[in-house]
Structure formats: C-alpha cells, structure tokens
Design a protein around this ligand. Structure first.
Ligand SMILES: Cc1cc2nc3c(=O)[nH]c(=O)nc-3n(C[C@H](O)[C@H](O)[C@H](O)COP(=O)(O)O)c2cc1C
Length: 329
C-alpha cells in the first residue's frame, strides 16, 4: 500500500485523489481490500447523540463529496463517514488547478468551490450502499444562489437526504463559495436556523443536525452562534473547516496561494476554537476536525472537548494506515 501511496503522490492532486479512491473501490469490489489494510482492533462501541459508534474517528466532508466511495471507505476501520458537501444542483466548482499539497508541512490548500454531482446523485449512492456504519451528509448551497434562495438550497438538500443518513451537517464555513461565511452573522444565521428548525418540525426529522463552522470567526461571533443554536433543533457543532489564515506556513510560495488551508498548520487554531466552544456552550455535542495527522493530535481533540474526531488531510498524506495508527493502543 505504501508503494501506491508514493506513486499517487507523484500525480497532480485531484487526479491522485480520484485514482487512489477508485483503487480502493476496485480492491473493495474484488473483496481483497482487507488484505491490504491493517484494521484497528480496539474498537470501543459507544452511544452519542442517539447513535451507536464503533469508534470516534471519521472522515471529514470533502473526501467523498458524492458518496461514490462509501463502501470502500467504510472498510478502512473508521467509526463513521461524512459525505458531501452536496448542493441541490450539480456544479463544476472553480477552475483548475484548485488543490495544492505541501508534503513538507503536511498541509493542503484548496479552492474547489463545492464541485459536486448534485444531491440526487448522492441520494442514489446512499440508497445503494452496503456499508452499515454511521453516515453523515454535509449539505451546502449552490454558488449562484443568493438570500432566500440560498437558505432554500439547504432545505432542499435536508429534505432529500434525511431519510438516508444518520446525521446531517449544515456547512456554512467553506471559504471558497462567495459570501457563504456571512451565514455566521447573527441575522443571517438566525434566518437559516429558523428555516431549518421549521423543516425539522414539519418533516419530524429525528437525525441529529450539526453546524460546521469556520476557524476564522472571532470569539464574539462564536458566542452568538452558540446562543442561536441553544434554542434551536441543531444538536451540535463541527469545529472546524479550513482557514484562510496562512501565517503558519513556512513555504512562501505555498503561503501565497488562495483558498482554505488544512492539515498540520490548522491544528492549533481549530483546537483552540473547539476548546472555546466546549467551555462556552455548556458541553454541546462536538465533532473536532482540523489538523489531525497523528494519534497525539487525535487525543488533543478529545481532550479539548470533542466526542468525535474527523480527518481529511492526514488521510491524504499518510494513507489508510493512519486509521490503525490513531485507533490502536
Ligand atoms: C480538498 C478538500 C476539500 C474539502 N471539501 C470540503 C467540503 O466539501 N465540505 C466541507 O465541509 N469541508 C470540506 N473540506 C474541509 C474538511 O472537511 C476539514 O474540515 C478540513 O480540511 C480540516 O481538516 P483536516 O486538517 O483534517 O484536513 C475540504 C478539505 C479539503 C482539503
């Protein structure tokens, strides 16, 4: 497996991504994936937000945007998977190149812009999955949608996915969709959450709903977010998405690339936000994400107040073996 990982790292990032996930899919379909993967042994089954998890490590949104790799990823030993971000209509995203890796600093900058095949494609994949573990769906708005239309995009996705997923994530924190992060502002967030609340009540949605936030918001904004969520149907927070703050990057050329930064340089900032939310929110259910590239990082997220931890960049850099590395004693 490490030979293939080295080979994939030589390819351009997006090609490498689809090549490696398609390879996992083929190995899964041939029923030989388990011979290549050392799966974690110490699975601790536990209940959280009304769901039963086999361990606390999951994939972060963006890794499998369209749900095309659910069964293969499900075989790697993760305790849960999050697919998406998905939008009502398929969209191409920003022009290429739009993903940049920095292996020396264990980080990625991306400005994909919610490229995805649309919610109906994802729902088809959810219906056809044989994976039986916990699955969350991360939903967003199309680039062209503005104002009430943008809120409606979340409602369309919510209505289409809720019967096929265990939890749902409202993503307001991608830096690559223009003005999306404005949804952190008090009035805009209130409107969005009220609309979601009404939909949850109307459809009697039992699946827990999380709000995925940005690490670039001030403590004041976070306080307002917590206050709004406190009287809503939202169960918890996912902290955090990528950052637009590149000050931690050493490589000058990499630092000048536009987009959201993930991986090791995000660890401190994302964990500080998580810890702040944990303290201020009176222990809201929290999923910690941002910068986990080792077992130590994973443990720090749990210590900061997360009950679940997600990973993206660490998985791209180290490959599937990171699941076993993190979850083994
Ligand atoms: C290439 C790439 C694409 C991403 N796409 C999404 C996305 O569609 N939706 C989302 O909520 N987060 C997305 N993310 C953010 C991750 O889910 C995660 O929050 C972030 O990368 C921090 O975690 P990490 O340091 O483990 O990568 C993406 C990240 C990367 C690197």
């Amino acid at each position: 497996m490490s030979f293939f990982l080295k080979l994939f790292k030589l390819l351009p990032p997006e090609l490498s991504h689809s090549f490696s996930l398609n390879s996992l899919n083929i190995l899964h379909k041939l029923k030989i994936l388990r011979f290549f993967i050392k799966r974690p042994k110490n699975n601790e089954i536990f209940d959280f937000i009304g769901l039963r998890f086999k361990n606390r490590l999951g994939t972060a949104a963006g890794l499998d945007k369209n749900g095309d790799y659910i069964d293969a990823l499900g075989e790697l030993g993760f305790g849960f998977l999050e697919v998406g971000t998905i939008t009502p209509k398929a969209q191409k995203g920003n022009s290429k190149p739009r993903v940049f890796r920095n292996f020396k600093e264990n980080s990625i900058i991306n400005r994909l812009g919610f490229n995805n095949k649309g919610v109906d494609h994802l729902v088809k994949n959810l219906k056809n999955r044989s994976y039986e573990g916990i699955i969350g769906v991360n939903i967003g708005a199309n680039k062209q949608s503005e104002g009430p239309e943008r809120i409606n995009d979340y409602l369309i996705c919510l209505e289409k996915v809720y019967k096929h997923s265990d939890y749902i994530t409202i993503n307001i924190s991608s830096p690559n969709t223009p003005n999306l992060r404005e949804l952190h502002n008090k009035d805009e967030l209130k409107n969005l959450i009220e609309a979601i609340d009404s939909k949850v009540i109307e459809l009697d949605i039992a699946a827990p709903i999380f709000l995925k936030i940005s690490p670039d918001e001030s403590d004041l904004v976070i306080d307002t977010v917590i206050e709004i969520l406190d009287s809503s149907q939202i169960s918890g927070i996912i902290a955090t998405n990528t950052t637009i703050d590149k000050s931690n990057i050493i490589n000058k050329e990499f630092r000048s690339i536009d987009g959201g930064l993930s991986g090791a340089p995000l660890m401190g900032k994302a964990t500080d936000k998580l810890s702040y939310i944990y303290t201020r929110s009176n222990h809201l259910p929290l999923i910690g994400v941002g910068g986990v590239t080792s077992k130590k990082d994973y443990e720090m997220k749990l210590q900061a107040g997360a009950q679940l931890v997600q990973i993206y960049t660490g998985f791209i850099i180290k490959g599937p073996k990171i699941v076993n590395e993190i979850l083994s004693n």
